[in-house]
Design a protein around this ligand. Sequence first.
Ligand code: PLP
Length: 486
Amino acid sequence: MRIDKESSSKMPLLAAMLQYKHEDVYPLHTPGHKGGRGMQRLLRQELGAGAQLDVSLMSELDDIHEPVSCIKEAQRLAAVTYGSDACFWAVNGTTQAIQAMLMTALRPGEKVLLPRNAHRSVAGGLILGDIEAVYIQPEYNCEFGIQTQVTAAAVAQALENDRTIRAVLLTSPNYYGIAAPIEEIAAICHQRGVVLLVDEAHGPHLGFSSLLPPSALQGGADACAQSTHKLLGAMTQCSMLHVQGARLDLQRAADVMSLLTTTSPNYLLMASLDAARCQVQQHGKEMAEAALQAAVKLRNLCWRQPGLKVLEEKDCGGFVLDKTKVTVNVSALGYTGVEAGDLLRQAGVAVELVDTHNVLFLITYADNTEDYDAALERIESVFTAMRENKRPRRQQPSVQVPPVAQSGMGLRQVFNSGTTDVKLEDAAGFICGEQISFYPPGIPVLLPGEIITQAIIDYCRYMKALGLPVSGPADSSLQRIRVVKK
Ligand SMILES: Cc1ncc(COP(=O)(O)O)c(C=O)c1O
């Protein structure tokens, strides 16, 4: 097969890999399975021709650590597609891109403002970079039991309260598709010389259609980390870090990304980033619209079932919603989201997330198939059965989460300290060694490094007595809690 010039200019890395395959060179080099020849039979059968494309680092295939040819060009095309100044591929997911973003923007001891419910990869970035966190609470929607977003006013206030904060990191859109007011927050940050970083794990598809919230880069963020694998066509683990403007040092970003990247990155994964970028560059608008159309079918189906409540933009407290995420609140039927998720799974439908009230369906451009329509029929049957077997609605407690606990130690110090466990009732005054959240509301009541108070212990005991699921502690019964050794 000859690789035509057109596709090579559109997907430079994939084209170089296909060219290499076409040349039929005998591989006296890694990987040890030698183009699939030695691969375990079942795996080889399943991977098919893909096994031959699991190639190794060699000059014609460029090097992600110092790209000079096809990877350089492919990353440049990704930057052009998204309108950034530079794009760096992350083969260890958005986890890597977020950690690199934090370590590019901040030096040890500097402070970043974070929503209290930031993804755990952020904590990893703080540990690696020895960065200090200052937390703000996102807004909360009681009916759905979910956090919406942080307001621009809350960010402005936090920056006013602590003028040593150097960066703000937002999670936008969040898991439920609710986007932060990035443009407004970017203006507030930049007025004060503060850098705006966005965990856009759930937003690689934004920016291609005005029917979706604007992307972080369009809103003026200095950097964003996107999970290309979550909503576009890249393989699991494949993400991108984008940087724009002059506030961040591109060489520093390249150095940190290199530090956090294996010296043996998988070329199939990188080729999938190249191809996914090409696809979204050419068809981003149609892909966004296809996803929205598929989501509308599911929304309509849910609205036809009395008792179900679908999250719409009007429920988002003034924030914009990515409507490809369909959050369905089943609590009025007397079921938890976990129970509904189990029933759906039994009917052959697996969902993205379940929580106390809701089932979250993640819809993409790939859901414009007959299979999807068949899945909708199964979803409808499950919801109909739930409605016909309606139970009394469970009362949800409305308890005020205690104020953010005071920090007693940085995350890196906790990570490197010895921890032990003590009885929850004896824990006042200790520094917490783990994260504790209850669902709802899912907002951490304690994070590692925070000082445990009697009010927090009382809250935890009350939530436990209500039987609400706890997330984070090693002892899930929360009889004992991990603390830093005194
Ligand atoms: C908001 C958010 N940020 C970051 C990540 C990490 O992304 P990845 O799994 O690509 O490392 C996730 C993953 O679920 C996420 O939901």
